[in-house]
Design a binder for this molecule. Sequence first.
Ligand code: ADP
Length: 274
Amino acid sequence: KAPGAPLAKGDGAPLKKGPSQAPGILFEKVVKRFGQNVVLRELDFTVAPGERVTLIGPSGSGKTTILRLLMTLEKINDGVIRVGDEPLSHMDRGGKLVPANEKHLHEMRKKIGMVFQQFNLFPNMNVLRNLTEGPVHVLGVSKEEAADRGRKLLDLVGLADKAEAHPTQLSGGQQQRVAIARALAMEPKVLLLDEVTSALDPELVVGVQDLLRDIAMESDLTILCVTHEMGFAKDISDRVLMFDQGQIVEEGPPEQIFGEPSEQRTRDFLQAVL
Ligand code: ADP
């Protein structure tokens, strides 16, 4: 199957049909500080079940921090984050913020897949093992079933012939395809995409973007994407959030944000990147 060919049922990502079964995301008055540096200032936003939302905005404005908070790689200082009905933390009786217990967080993380800028493949494992390791050890899937699904996903991302290859033998674009397949192998409900093409050679960018666009269009996933590629943001999103200095400046459908932005900060940003 050609890269980016339509997803078939059983390929690891659920088909879009009717209302999404995926959880939505809620940020309510979320504060995140690194020392004196207030990165998120009482940030409020939601992503509806099955919605595809892209965060755009200047470097250092806190976009990646939002994804890392969802992956529980960082902890908030105040406010609430929910994925579906599940809070990632709560206030105790004294008003102190307490993270959800580790077992709960582990269950949450299983619902969320993330694709990183730097691929982050397991370098000492071949491509297929990269795809089966999580399902076998975290989800408890049998090795045979994981391998079977892994091969289907490799087929989906156009790398059926690379199952035995090692990550170092692949181009950046191929490594990122493996990383996408690895995220899908965990059958996530929510997919987080963090600058997934910014480490790629220019000629490899479009192929990876097309693949992700097809996955986004044909799956049931809730997607939160951070990108500097405005064409990709336009393609993949139902809604775009323009973000600056820890807060949302403006939001709307891509046609509006890119076509008729109402805020000067959005216009300045778009002029600088387009
Ligand atoms: P963006 O993704 O919009 O470029 P980031 O979320 O990466 O922005 O960073 C937002 C701010 O938080 C920056 O000022 C950055 O220096 C700071 N920051 C991010 N991660 C850390 C960290 N682990 N420790 C200290 N400061 C951090």
